[in-house]
Design a binder for this molecule. Structure first.
Ligand SMILES: [Ca+2]
Ligand SMILES: [Ca+2]
Ligand SMILES: [Ca+2]
Ligand SMILES: [Ca+2]
Length: 224
């Protein structure tokens, strides 16, 4: 009887997507077959979500270089930070939030996606002629009193977050002794993880020369 039921279902075109085992398990019970159809619908929805570019999760973006105290131009024009996508997939940075543990917090101005392994440079001033010679992928509002971001030369924190109040993707902090005027600090390539860049010893001075005279390697692998 069970075999006859299976044949009848297949003849009606119902259950053609199921394996033979599932059909036999649900033989004679149409309610089970309906549940299986719902599962197939859910699978389609999941596939659609996978096609979208995901937002970064903790550790998928790493702060790789910072120019905290530019010498060629004022801090408001010359501060920038570099990030790298250390995940294995494209990331949507459109809702990325830059903050510290005081008053700073600001989004970036561009709808930015970043390929696996790629770098992005985020600047207070995106105009190369005015910022010391840095090519920027996006900008943020530089401000020292809230509603923006500034990297204090006397010591500070910098957080990458998934939106205002969102997950912390990466965090660094520094003391005054870490800051060298006119010289960007970069993470050694072997230390480019969310935890690896927490140690000041993982950072080194960048020696590449920017057109404005300061040193850095914005948008490319750090030299250490
Ligand atoms: Ca500064
Ligand atoms: Ca700050
Ligand atoms: Ca970190
Ligand atoms: Ca770099």
């Amino acid at each position: 009887m069970a075999q006859l039921t299976v044949l009848l279902w297949l003849g009606c075109g119902v259950g053609l997507e199921y394996s033979g085992t599932e059909v036999i398990d649900s033989a004679g019970d149409e309610a089970d077959a309906d549940t299986d159809t719902d599962t197939d619908t859910d699978a389609d929805s999941d596939a659609d979500t996978d096609a979208d570019v995901p937002l970064p999760e903790r550790g998928e973006l790493v702060l790789s270089e910072v120019l905290i105290d530019p010498a060629a131009v004022d801090d408001g024009d010359g501060e920038w930070l570099e990030i790298v996508n250390v995940s294995d997939h494209l990331l949507d940075l459109g809702s990325l939030w830059l903050a510290d543990e005081g008053v700073d917090g600001v989004g970036i101005d561009a709808a930015l996606t970043l390929r696996a392994g790629a770098y992005a440079v985020l600047c207070g001033n995106g105009t190369s002629a005015d910022n010391g010679g840095v090519s920027c992928d996006a900008t943020y509002r530089y401000k020292t009193s809230g509603g923006g971001l500034s990297m204090a030369n006397s010591g500070d924190e910098l957080l990458l977050m998934a939106g205002s109040g969102g997950t912390v993707i990466d965090r660094i902090s520094w003391e005054k002794s870490f800051v060298n005027p006119g010289v960007a600090m970069g993470v050694r390539p072997g230390k480019l993880t969310e935890g690896g860049n927490d140690d000041a010893a993982a950072w080194c001075e960048q020696t590449g020369r920017l057109s404005g005279g300061d040193q850095g390697s914005p948008g490319r692998e750090n030299g250490c």
